[in-house]
Ligand binder design. Structure first.
Ligand code: UDP
Length: 322
């Protein structure tokens, strides 16, 4: 039985990856320090013989007994609101955490896949973004702690590949959504759905003309799974190229939820990228991958998930970050 370590296991993406690897017949070792993750996302796995969990911060030395075949490094705060609140931890997990896990991969002779991000492109001057674009990042802006940690992560990962011969993979993840997103993580989708469910107006930042391209989580997990099993070491974009403006997105959520509330406009956060769309030619050619779930389908599943949460969670989410 192959053994895989997944860091950030209690988070949105990490928990879906744990599910997928269990389904594929792996022994899964989850690790999380639970700063932004939630054990509720993986509690259904605790009864399984082939799932273990370590409560640990990967920015400190990582010890895992036994052999490891694969490591997936998904531990990191990943929303602007989180990394504004915990900037140092964000820098450390992307840099020191990555270094520890690359060292572990080397020691265990394991293949490691690190979660990078479309944020390495910053506020992009090239559209759509392909992997050869180097980006337009403000290192000292509010997003710098995340963007630069992830850029360092990519450099460190390539160095372990070229210098130590470690089998490494780098996925650049674009905006992703689905069940288990945190209602209060500040991202646009949980923000809008939470507002609709509480009967509040939807807060569009700026004039709403900025664009994003949203990928359903199952599609993302499929792309990551294929990349892990490939023999490709350069970064690969995984995302859904279907691009919309944030205003259009707010209208879609209003329609989906049937809310009678309206859109209100708030100031645009500093360095908020104006446009973002993945060029997925590389993933298509190398992995035979492209997204399958369209937005109306994915949003319906996600809305049903948020609707199933208790009133308490819905209102707690409103206040935690205010
Ligand atoms: N956004 C918004 N209203 C909100 C939250 C976010 O208009 O309540 C905007 C945000 O300014 C950005 C886009 O939605 O332009 C996506 O934001 P998110 O935080 O989800 O992710 P990002 O892609 O910016 O990292």
């Amino acid at each position: 039985m192959k053994r895989v370590l997944i860091t950030g296991a209690a988070g949105f993406l990490g928990s879906h990856l744990c599910d997928r690897f269990i389904k594929e017949g792996y022994h899964v070792i989850g690790m999380d320090n639970l700063i932004t993750g939630d054990l509720k996302n993986i509690e259904h796995l605790f009864k399984l013989e082939h799932f273990e969990f370590y409560h640990h911060d990967v920015s400190k030395f990582v010890h895992v007994p036994g052999n490891l075949d694969y490591i997936l490094h998904f531990a990191s705060p990943a929303s602007p609101i989180d990394y504004l609140k915990i900037p140092i931890q964000t820098l450390k997990v992307g840099s020191l955490g990555t270094h520890n896990l690359l060292g572990l991969a080397k020691a265990k002779n394991a293949c490691i896949l690190v979660a990078s991000t479309s944020e390495v492109y910053g506020d992009p001057l090239v559209h759509p973004q392909n992997e050869d674009y180097w980006g337009n990042v403000n290192p000292v802006g509010p997003r710098g702690v995340y963007d630069e940690a992830k850029r360092f992560q990519e450099a460190m990962t390539m160095a372990y590949h070229t210098f130590h011969g470690v089998d490494t993979k780098i996925v650049r993840i674009f905006n992703t959504y689905g069940p288990r997103m945190r209602l209060n993580d500040g991202r646009v989708l949980p923000a809008f759905i939470g507002q609709a469910l509480r009967g509040e107006d939807l807060t569009v930042f700026g004039d709403g003309s900025q664009t994003r391209s949203f990928c359903y989580v199952d599609d993302l997990v499929e792309g990551i799974y294929r990349l892990l099993l490939s023999d490709y070491h350069q970064p690969v974009n995984i995302g859904n190229p279907n691009e919309i403006t944030i205003s259009q997105f707010a209208e879609e959520i209003i329609k989906l939820t049937g809310t009678t509330q309206k859109v209100i406009y708030k100031p645009l956060p500093i360095d908020d990228p104006k446009q973002r769309q993945p060029d997925i030619t590389r993933a298509k050619e190398l992995l035979g991958w492209e997204p399958k779930v369209n937005r109306s389908e994915g949003l319906k599943i996600t809305y049903d998930y948020f609707r199933s949460l208790s009133k308490e969670e819905l209102y707690k989410s409103k206040h935690r970050f205010e």
